[in-house]
Structures are given as C-alpha cells and as structure tokens.
Write a new protein. Sequence first.
Length: 291
Amino acid sequence: MMRFFPALLLAALISGSVAVAQAEPSPAPVRVVCVEAAWCDVAAQIGGTDVQTQALLATPGIDPHDLTPSPSMARAMAGATIAVVNGATYDDWALPFTASVPERIVVASLAGWRPGDNPHLFLDPAAVGKVAQVFADRLSHQPGISAPAVAERLAAFRKQLDGVTDRLAAMKARHEAVPVAAVEPVGETLLRDAGLAVLDENFALSIMNHAEPSPRDVAQVDMLIDGRKVRMLMTNPAIHSPQIDRLVDRAQAVGLPIVAIGETLPPGQSWQGWVHGILQTVEQALGDGGK
C-alpha cells in the first residue's frame, strides 16, 4: 500500500481535495478629494494607506477666491467617497460638486465660521483639530477600514498638533500684543494665537475681498509702516496689486521685516511642518530666532 501513496496524493491535489490557501485581496483605498492640499495632507496622515487623496489646488500661488473651476475638478470631486471643502466663501464654488458624495466635510460648518471671520481655516489649529477628528470618524466607518488603526494615526497627528499649539502658547508669552500689519489676512489666526495684534485688519480684509480700502484705512497702514509702529508686514504671495507693491516698497524703505505666508501647502511638506516653518519665520522677523 505504501508504494501507491505518492500517486494517491497527486490525485488528491488534482481533484482539489487538498486546499491551497489564497490571500484575500486588500480593499481599495478610500478615495478622498479635497479642494486644498492642506486638508488632503491631514487626511493622508490619518488615513495612511487606507486612503488615496487628491487635492484640486496643489500649486502654490493660486488664489481660490478668484478661481474658475474646470470640468475635471467637478468630475474628481464627484468621484470621491469623502470630500473636504474649506467653505467660508473661500472655495464655495466646489460645494455643488459634492452633491452626490457619500461623505462631505465642510470645514466652515465644523469650525463655527461666521461671515466676517477669517476664511483661511487651514491655518487655524482649532479648526484643523476638529476636521481631523471628524475625518477619522467618517473613515473608521468605511467598509474594510480598521478603526483602531485610524485611531492610532489620529493620536499621532494630535500629538503633532499639540506641538504646534504649545509653540503658539510659548510665542504668546513672549510677544503678547506685539503690533504687526498685513496686506491680506491669510495667516492672521496663527498670528493672533501667537499673541500678535494685527492693527490694519480692515485694510487686509478689503484686499482679501478685492474691494478698494477706504482712504482712512490706507492712511492708517501708511502711518503704521512709515513710522515703524508695527514689527513686521505680512504678505500673501498669491495676491498681487499696485496697492500691495506700494506697501512692500514702503516697508523695505524703512527696513521693516516682511514675512510671506502663502495659502497653499508647499509640495513635500506636512501641515505641521508648514506651520512650524511659518512660525519660525515670524519669530526670526521679531528678533528672537524662535528661541
């Protein structure tokens, strides 16, 4: 009988009576589409390999306020499983594209944004924290997603976020009420959290809304810069106008530090790395080098 065993085993293999284990295919990543690259970076840090992200605006120098969306943007957003839109009048043109998206996150709604508030919510650590939590909750309920793994990545991101808020608190202790000026309020929330006071807010809001600043507001910012009554001038590289060029020239003429804060996450950087870089530049302009 023993001499027939190999033949019997071969027959069993051929007939399928000996099972061969096959690996289960991995579920496809959850498709996440954001308008701004900063929100997609937050989603990618929390989602890991469970998500595939696409930002509609990832090129530095683009002003979403004036953007004319393309059909490809509409198609990309409509094909998302989770969509993230800043809202707050900043990118409201994208909201209709999300009508059929299963999960939609509108940051302005989570942040309690009201008309007149700063719409650049991706540079508001409190808003970022709320988005991170809601995104993790939505992702955890997707089929095939490990909720504990998402929770672990969320905790890691929150630790990084705490590092940003701790740095802001330390800056506030050193720079409480230090006066600064801005041609546009893209980074105003960060500056406020760091204790700084933007003295020309009406002027900055007018520039952001593409409205002509009042003569009084123009005269005020001229006086602030010419008299060096502010410690720095904040600019937005995505915004250009003769009015802004004039202020930059005046600031340079009196030796006032100029700090550029953009609206788009630089390629290859994380959200927290971007913010730490901004804060480092601000600290250097204020003369403490981030110490």
